[in-house]
Design a protein around this ligand. Sequence first.
Ligand code: UAH
Length: 399
Amino acid sequence: MKPFCRDTWVEVDLDAIRTNVETFRSHLPKSTGIMAVVKADGYGHGAVHVGKEALASGANSLAVAMLDEAIILREAGIEAPILVLGYTPAESVEIASRLRVELTAYNSDWMIHANEFLQQAGLEAVGVHIKTDTGMGRLGVRTSEELMRVVSTLEASPKLTWTGIFTHFACADEPDTTHARRQHETFQAFLQDLRHAGKKLPMIHCCNTAAAIAFPEWGYDSIRLGIGLYGLYPSPYMKERADVSLVPALSLKTRIAHVKTATEPFTVSYGATYCAQPGEQVATLPIGYADGFSRLLSNRGEALYNGTRVPIVGRVCMDQVMVRLEPGAGQVNDEIVLYGKQGDEEISLDEVAALIGTINYEVPCMLNYRIPRVYFQSGEEVGVFHPLTMKHAPLERCK
Ligand code: UAH
Protein backbone atom coordinates (compact mmCIF):
# COMPACT_ATOMS: atom_id res chain seq x y z
CA MET A 1 0.00 0.00 0.00
CA LYS A 2 1.22 3.52 -0.77
CA PRO A 3 2.33 5.16 2.50
CA PHE A 4 0.46 8.36 1.62
CA CYS A 5 -2.67 9.26 -0.30
CA ARG A 6 -2.26 12.84 -1.35
CA ASP A 7 -1.02 13.85 -4.75
CA THR A 8 1.54 16.38 -3.54
CA TRP A 9 4.97 15.35 -2.39
CA VAL A 10 8.58 16.43 -1.97
CA GLU A 11 11.33 14.48 -3.71
CA VAL A 12 14.79 14.51 -2.16
CA ASP A 13 17.72 13.41 -4.29
CA LEU A 14 20.16 11.71 -1.91
CA ASP A 15 22.80 11.64 -4.65
CA ALA A 16 22.78 15.45 -4.50
CA ILE A 17 23.40 15.30 -0.73
CA ARG A 18 26.35 12.97 -1.38
CA THR A 19 27.74 15.20 -4.14
CA ASN A 20 27.51 18.28 -1.91
CA VAL A 21 29.32 16.58 0.98
CA GLU A 22 32.04 15.40 -1.39
CA THR A 23 32.31 18.89 -2.90
CA PHE A 24 32.99 20.41 0.53
CA ARG A 25 35.32 17.53 1.40
CA SER A 26 37.55 18.43 -1.54
CA HIS A 27 37.21 22.20 -0.93
CA LEU A 28 38.49 21.92 2.67
CA PRO A 29 41.84 21.04 4.21
CA LYS A 30 42.12 17.27 4.85
CA SER A 31 42.22 17.75 8.62
CA THR A 32 38.86 19.56 8.67
CA GLY A 33 35.81 17.41 9.37
CA ILE A 34 32.22 18.03 8.32
CA MET A 35 29.36 18.39 10.78
CA ALA A 36 26.16 18.10 8.77
CA VAL A 37 23.54 20.50 10.13
CA VAL A 38 20.17 18.75 9.99
CA LYS A 39 18.16 21.01 12.28
CA ALA A 40 14.61 21.99 11.29
CA ASP A 41 14.12 18.44 9.99
CA GLY A 42 17.08 18.80 7.66
CA TYR A 43 15.98 22.24 6.42
CA GLY A 44 12.68 20.63 5.44
CA HIS A 45 14.32 17.75 3.56
CA GLY A 46 14.01 15.19 6.38
CA ALA A 47 16.74 14.97 9.03
CA VAL A 48 16.96 11.19 9.29
CA HIS A 49 17.44 10.37 5.62
CA VAL A 50 19.67 13.37 4.96
CA GLY A 51 21.69 12.76 8.14
CA LYS A 52 22.29 9.11 7.25
CA GLU A 53 23.28 9.99 3.69
CA ALA A 54 25.61 12.79 4.81
CA LEU A 55 27.35 10.44 7.25
CA ALA A 56 27.63 7.72 4.61
CA SER A 57 29.14 10.31 2.25
CA GLY A 58 31.92 11.47 4.54
CA ALA A 59 30.38 13.79 7.14
CA ASN A 60 31.76 13.05 10.60
CA SER A 61 28.95 14.23 12.84
CA LEU A 62 25.51 15.88 12.90
CA ALA A 63 24.18 19.06 14.46
CA VAL A 64 20.63 20.05 15.40
CA ALA A 65 19.09 23.09 17.06
CA MET A 66 17.41 21.35 19.99
CA LEU A 67 17.56 18.13 21.97
CA ASP A 68 14.21 16.87 20.65
CA GLU A 69 15.67 16.85 17.16
CA ALA A 70 18.60 14.78 18.42
CA ILE A 71 16.21 12.27 20.01
CA ILE A 72 14.61 11.65 16.62
CA LEU A 73 18.01 10.92 15.08
CA ARG A 74 18.99 8.48 17.85
CA GLU A 75 15.59 6.77 17.63
CA ALA A 76 16.28 6.27 13.93
CA GLY A 77 19.45 4.39 14.85
CA ILE A 78 22.02 7.08 14.08
CA GLU A 79 25.09 6.45 16.28
CA ALA A 80 27.36 9.27 15.07
CA PRO A 81 28.20 12.23 17.34
CA ILE A 82 25.38 14.78 17.54
CA LEU A 83 25.72 18.34 18.81
CA VAL A 84 22.79 20.49 19.93
CA LEU A 85 23.63 24.01 18.77
CA GLY A 86 20.93 25.85 20.71
CA TYR A 87 19.93 26.19 24.36
CA THR A 88 19.03 23.09 26.34
CA PRO A 89 17.33 23.45 29.75
CA ALA A 90 19.75 22.08 32.38
CA GLU A 91 17.24 19.50 33.61
CA SER A 92 17.17 17.88 30.14
CA VAL A 93 20.83 17.00 30.46
CA GLU A 94 19.82 13.53 31.65
CA ILE A 95 18.37 12.77 28.20
CA ALA A 96 21.55 14.06 26.56
CA SER A 97 23.61 11.74 28.76
CA ARG A 98 21.47 8.68 28.06
CA LEU A 99 21.56 9.37 24.32
CA ARG A 100 25.23 10.48 24.18
CA VAL A 101 24.28 13.84 22.67
CA GLU A 102 26.65 16.78 23.11
CA LEU A 103 25.29 20.13 24.24
CA THR A 104 26.15 23.78 23.77
CA ALA A 105 26.83 25.83 26.92
CA TYR A 106 28.05 29.32 27.74
CA ASN A 107 26.99 29.92 31.30
CA SER A 108 28.47 28.75 34.63
CA ASP A 109 25.13 28.48 36.45
CA TRP A 110 23.84 26.19 33.73
CA MET A 111 26.93 24.00 34.09
CA ILE A 112 26.56 23.76 37.87
CA HIS A 113 22.93 22.73 37.54
CA ALA A 114 23.57 20.29 34.72
CA ASN A 115 26.41 18.69 36.68
CA GLU A 116 24.17 18.33 39.75
CA PHE A 117 21.38 16.71 37.73
CA LEU A 118 23.82 14.17 36.28
CA GLN A 119 25.44 13.42 39.64
CA GLN A 120 22.08 12.88 41.31
CA ALA A 121 20.96 10.58 38.53
CA GLY A 122 24.29 8.71 38.52
CA LEU A 123 24.61 9.18 34.77
CA GLU A 124 27.56 9.35 32.40
CA ALA A 125 29.23 12.71 31.68
CA VAL A 126 27.87 14.87 28.86
CA GLY A 127 30.12 16.45 26.23
CA VAL A 128 29.86 20.25 26.14
CA HIS A 129 30.86 22.68 23.39
CA ILE A 130 31.41 26.23 24.65
CA LYS A 131 29.78 28.83 22.45
CA THR A 132 31.55 32.15 22.05
CA ASP A 133 29.73 35.21 20.75
CA THR A 134 32.21 37.01 18.54
CA GLY A 135 29.70 39.22 16.76
CA MET A 136 26.39 37.43 16.25
CA GLY A 137 24.82 38.82 19.41
CA ARG A 138 22.86 35.64 20.03
CA LEU A 139 24.20 32.88 22.33
CA GLY A 140 27.67 32.70 23.81
CA VAL A 141 30.31 34.27 26.03
CA ARG A 142 31.47 37.68 24.87
CA THR A 143 34.67 38.28 26.83
CA SER A 144 37.82 36.39 27.66
CA GLU A 145 37.08 36.74 31.40
CA GLU A 146 33.66 35.15 30.92
CA LEU A 147 35.23 32.40 28.86
CA MET A 148 37.85 31.63 31.52
CA ARG A 149 35.14 31.49 34.19
CA VAL A 150 33.03 29.13 32.14
CA VAL A 151 36.01 26.89 31.35
CA SER A 152 36.95 26.76 35.07
CA THR A 153 33.39 25.79 36.00
CA LEU A 154 33.39 23.15 33.28
CA GLU A 155 36.70 21.72 34.48
CA ALA A 156 35.32 21.56 38.02
CA SER A 157 32.25 19.62 36.83
CA PRO A 158 33.05 15.90 36.78
CA LYS A 159 29.86 15.09 34.90
CA LEU A 160 30.59 17.51 32.07
CA THR A 161 33.39 16.98 29.58
CA TRP A 162 34.76 19.87 27.53
CA THR A 163 34.56 18.56 23.97
CA GLY A 164 34.35 21.67 21.80
CA ILE A 165 34.57 25.43 21.39
CA PHE A 166 32.91 27.38 18.61
CA THR A 167 31.48 30.60 17.25
CA HIS A 168 29.00 31.49 14.49
CA PHE A 169 29.42 34.10 11.75
CA ALA A 170 26.78 36.74 11.08
CA CYS A 171 27.89 38.07 7.67
CA ALA A 172 30.16 35.48 6.07
CA ASP A 173 27.90 35.37 2.98
CA GLU A 174 28.47 39.05 2.09
CA PRO A 175 30.99 40.65 -0.27
CA ASP A 176 32.28 42.89 2.52
CA THR A 177 34.33 40.56 4.69
CA THR A 178 35.08 43.10 7.44
CA HIS A 179 32.64 41.72 10.00
CA ALA A 180 33.55 38.08 9.36
CA ARG A 181 37.27 38.84 9.65
CA ARG A 182 36.68 40.77 12.87
CA GLN A 183 34.70 37.86 14.29
CA HIS A 184 37.43 35.42 13.32
CA GLU A 185 40.10 37.59 14.95
CA THR A 186 38.06 37.68 18.15
CA PHE A 187 37.68 33.91 18.03
CA GLN A 188 41.42 33.49 17.46
CA ALA A 189 42.11 35.78 20.43
CA PHE A 190 39.85 33.61 22.63
CA LEU A 191 41.72 30.49 21.54
CA GLN A 192 45.05 32.20 22.17
CA ASP A 193 43.99 33.29 25.68
CA LEU A 194 43.01 29.71 26.46
CA ARG A 195 46.35 28.39 25.21
CA HIS A 196 48.21 31.00 27.28
CA ALA A 197 46.24 29.85 30.31
CA GLY A 198 47.59 26.34 29.64
CA LYS A 199 44.30 24.87 28.48
CA LYS A 200 44.30 21.93 26.14
CA LEU A 201 41.82 22.89 23.44
CA PRO A 202 39.03 20.52 22.41
CA MET A 203 37.42 20.40 18.96
CA ILE A 204 37.40 23.88 17.37
CA HIS A 205 34.79 24.92 14.80
CA CYS A 206 33.46 28.19 13.43
CA CYS A 207 32.50 27.93 9.73
CA ASN A 208 28.96 27.74 8.44
CA THR A 209 28.48 27.10 4.70
CA ALA A 210 29.37 30.66 3.69
CA ALA A 211 32.56 30.79 5.75
CA ALA A 212 33.53 27.29 4.60
CA ILE A 213 33.22 28.44 0.99
CA ALA A 214 34.95 31.80 1.39
CA PHE A 215 37.51 30.91 4.08
CA PRO A 216 38.26 27.17 3.95
CA GLU A 217 41.47 27.93 5.85
CA TRP A 218 39.30 28.75 8.90
CA GLY A 219 38.00 25.18 8.97
CA TYR A 220 39.88 24.09 12.15
CA ASP A 221 38.60 20.65 13.24
CA SER A 222 35.22 20.88 11.54
CA ILE A 223 32.85 23.04 9.57
CA ARG A 224 29.13 23.12 10.29
CA LEU A 225 27.59 22.54 6.89
CA GLY A 226 23.95 23.58 6.65
CA ILE A 227 22.47 25.14 3.54
CA GLY A 228 25.29 23.92 1.27
CA LEU A 229 24.50 20.31 2.20
CA TYR A 230 21.13 20.76 0.51
CA GLY A 231 22.71 22.21 -2.63
CA LEU A 232 21.76 25.82 -1.94
CA TYR A 233 24.05 28.82 -1.63
CA PRO A 234 23.91 30.99 1.50
CA SER A 235 23.25 34.14 -0.55
CA PRO A 236 22.98 35.25 -4.19
CA TYR A 237 26.51 36.69 -3.81
CA MET A 238 27.93 33.31 -2.75
CA LYS A 239 26.22 31.70 -5.73
CA GLU A 240 27.72 34.26 -8.08
CA ARG A 241 31.23 33.63 -6.69
CA ALA A 242 30.88 30.01 -7.87
CA ASP A 243 33.77 28.70 -5.71
CA VAL A 244 31.92 25.40 -5.37
CA SER A 245 29.31 23.80 -7.58
CA LEU A 246 26.33 22.60 -5.55
CA VAL A 247 23.40 20.39 -6.55
CA PRO A 248 19.94 21.20 -5.13
CA ALA A 249 18.37 18.14 -3.54
CA LEU A 250 14.70 19.10 -3.24
CA SER A 251 11.79 19.19 -5.69
CA LEU A 252 8.15 19.86 -4.87
CA LYS A 253 5.64 18.08 -7.10
CA THR A 254 1.90 17.70 -7.39
CA ARG A 255 -0.75 16.36 -9.76
CA ILE A 256 -3.67 18.16 -11.33
CA ALA A 257 -6.88 17.56 -9.36
CA HIS A 258 -9.31 19.31 -11.73
CA VAL A 259 -9.20 21.15 -15.06
CA LYS A 260 -11.73 23.62 -16.44
CA THR A 261 -11.78 25.36 -19.76
CA ALA A 262 -13.49 28.75 -19.74
CA THR A 263 -16.36 29.02 -22.18
CA GLU A 264 -17.14 32.40 -20.69
CA PRO A 265 -15.17 34.51 -18.20
CA PHE A 266 -14.99 33.13 -14.65
CA THR A 267 -13.12 34.37 -11.61
CA VAL A 268 -10.60 32.24 -9.77
CA SER A 269 -10.16 31.80 -5.99
CA TYR A 270 -10.80 34.07 -2.99
CA GLY A 271 -11.11 37.74 -3.73
CA ALA A 272 -11.80 36.95 -7.42
CA THR A 273 -8.44 38.53 -8.26
CA TYR A 274 -8.07 36.67 -11.57
CA CYS A 275 -10.61 36.28 -14.33
CA ALA A 276 -10.16 33.38 -16.76
CA GLN A 277 -11.00 34.28 -20.36
CA PRO A 278 -12.81 32.04 -22.87
CA GLY A 279 -10.46 29.32 -24.12
CA GLU A 280 -8.16 29.45 -21.10
CA GLN A 281 -7.64 26.27 -19.15
CA VAL A 282 -7.38 26.52 -15.37
CA ALA A 283 -5.96 23.57 -13.41
CA THR A 284 -6.50 23.13 -9.67
CA LEU A 285 -3.56 21.71 -7.70
CA PRO A 286 -3.87 20.08 -4.27
CA ILE A 287 -1.42 22.25 -2.33
CA GLY A 288 -1.83 25.50 -0.42
CA TYR A 289 -0.44 27.77 2.21
CA ALA A 290 -1.28 25.25 4.96
CA ASP A 291 1.42 23.07 3.41
CA GLY A 292 3.96 25.90 3.51
CA PHE A 293 3.36 26.99 -0.09
CA SER A 294 3.32 30.71 0.46
CA ARG A 295 0.22 32.78 -0.18
CA LEU A 296 2.64 35.48 -1.37
CA LEU A 297 2.89 33.44 -4.60
CA SER A 298 -0.72 34.39 -5.44
CA ASN A 299 -0.87 35.76 -9.02
CA ARG A 300 2.96 35.89 -9.01
CA GLY A 301 4.51 32.45 -8.85
CA GLU A 302 4.95 29.95 -11.62
CA ALA A 303 4.89 26.17 -11.95
CA LEU A 304 6.24 23.78 -14.58
CA TYR A 305 4.00 21.76 -16.83
CA ASN A 306 5.34 19.71 -19.74
CA GLY A 307 8.69 21.44 -19.21
CA THR A 308 7.32 24.96 -19.61
CA ARG A 309 6.40 27.68 -17.15
CA VAL A 310 2.74 28.25 -16.33
CA PRO A 311 1.45 31.08 -14.11
CA ILE A 312 -0.26 30.75 -10.75
CA VAL A 313 -3.60 32.50 -11.14
CA GLY A 314 -5.70 33.85 -8.32
CA ARG A 315 -4.92 33.58 -4.64
CA VAL A 316 -3.19 30.59 -3.09
CA CYS A 317 -5.81 28.97 -0.81
CA MET A 318 -5.21 26.95 2.33
CA ASP A 319 -5.18 23.60 0.48
CA GLN A 320 -5.36 24.45 -3.21
CA VAL A 321 -3.86 26.65 -5.87
CA MET A 322 -4.71 27.24 -9.52
CA VAL A 323 -2.47 27.52 -12.59
CA ARG A 324 -3.31 28.56 -16.14
CA LEU A 325 -2.43 26.07 -18.87
CA GLU A 326 -2.41 26.25 -22.63
CA PRO A 327 -5.94 25.62 -23.98
CA GLY A 328 -6.64 21.89 -24.02
CA ALA A 329 -3.27 20.97 -22.54
CA GLY A 330 -3.96 19.59 -19.09
CA GLN A 331 -5.60 16.49 -17.70
CA VAL A 332 -6.35 15.29 -14.20
CA ASN A 333 -3.31 13.43 -12.72
CA ASP A 334 -0.77 15.19 -14.93
CA GLU A 335 2.40 16.04 -12.99
CA ILE A 336 3.25 19.64 -12.14
CA VAL A 337 6.57 20.74 -10.66
CA LEU A 338 6.32 23.64 -8.24
CA TYR A 339 9.98 23.71 -7.16
CA GLY A 340 12.77 22.00 -9.06
CA LYS A 341 13.36 20.85 -12.62
CA GLN A 342 11.09 19.58 -15.36
CA GLY A 343 12.65 19.09 -18.77
CA ASP A 344 15.03 21.97 -19.37
CA GLU A 345 13.19 24.38 -17.08
CA GLU A 346 13.78 24.93 -13.39
CA ILE A 347 12.05 26.86 -10.63
CA SER A 348 14.79 27.23 -8.06
CA LEU A 349 14.26 27.83 -4.36
CA ASP A 350 16.30 31.03 -4.88
CA GLU A 351 13.73 32.24 -7.38
CA VAL A 352 10.82 31.46 -5.05
CA ALA A 353 12.62 33.14 -2.13
CA ALA A 354 13.16 36.30 -4.18
CA LEU A 355 9.51 36.33 -5.26
CA ILE A 356 8.18 36.16 -1.72
CA GLY A 357 10.82 38.43 -0.22
CA THR A 358 12.76 35.96 1.90
CA ILE A 359 15.92 33.81 1.81
CA ASN A 360 16.20 30.39 0.19
CA TYR A 361 16.65 28.80 3.66
CA GLU A 362 13.03 29.56 4.54
CA VAL A 363 11.43 28.08 1.43
CA PRO A 364 12.10 24.35 2.14
CA CYS A 365 11.74 24.91 5.90
CA MET A 366 8.19 26.15 5.29
CA LEU A 367 7.16 22.85 3.64
CA ASN A 368 5.57 21.18 6.60
CA TYR A 369 4.33 17.92 8.10
CA ARG A 370 1.45 17.63 5.59
CA ILE A 371 3.79 16.85 2.71
CA PRO A 372 5.33 13.39 2.32
CA ARG A 373 9.05 13.23 1.51
CA VAL A 374 10.13 10.64 -1.06
CA TYR A 375 13.85 9.77 -1.27
CA PHE A 376 15.72 8.83 -4.42
CA GLN A 377 19.14 7.31 -4.98
CA SER A 378 20.55 6.50 -8.41
CA GLY A 379 17.13 7.30 -9.84
CA GLU A 380 15.41 4.67 -7.63
CA GLU A 381 12.94 5.42 -4.87
CA VAL A 382 14.62 4.30 -1.64
CA GLY A 383 12.36 5.60 1.11
CA VAL A 384 9.33 7.62 2.09
CA PHE A 385 8.66 9.68 5.20
CA HIS A 386 5.26 11.20 5.81
CA PRO A 387 5.29 13.28 9.01
CA LEU A 388 1.48 13.63 9.02
CA THR A 389 0.85 9.92 9.47
CA MET A 390 3.91 9.26 11.65
CA LYS A 391 3.14 7.45 14.89
CA HIS A 392 3.48 9.50 18.05
CA ALA A 393 6.55 8.69 20.13
CA PRO A 394 5.90 7.16 23.56
CA LEU A 395 5.31 9.77 26.24
CA GLU A 396 7.93 8.20 28.58
CA ARG A 397 10.54 9.72 26.34
CA CYS A 398 9.79 13.22 27.58
CA LYS A 399 9.87 12.44 31.32
C1 UAH B 1 25.10 27.69 15.05
C2 UAH B 1 24.92 27.32 13.61
C3 UAH B 1 23.72 27.57 12.95
O1 UAH B 1 22.71 28.16 13.62
C4 UAH B 1 23.59 27.22 11.59
C5 UAH B 1 24.65 26.62 10.96
C6 UAH B 1 24.56 26.26 9.49
O2 UAH B 1 24.49 27.45 8.74
P1 UAH B 1 24.37 27.40 7.13
O3 UAH B 1 23.05 26.77 6.87
O4 UAH B 1 24.42 28.82 6.72
O5 UAH B 1 25.52 26.56 6.64
C7 UAH B 1 25.82 26.41 11.65
N1 UAH B 1 25.93 26.76 12.96
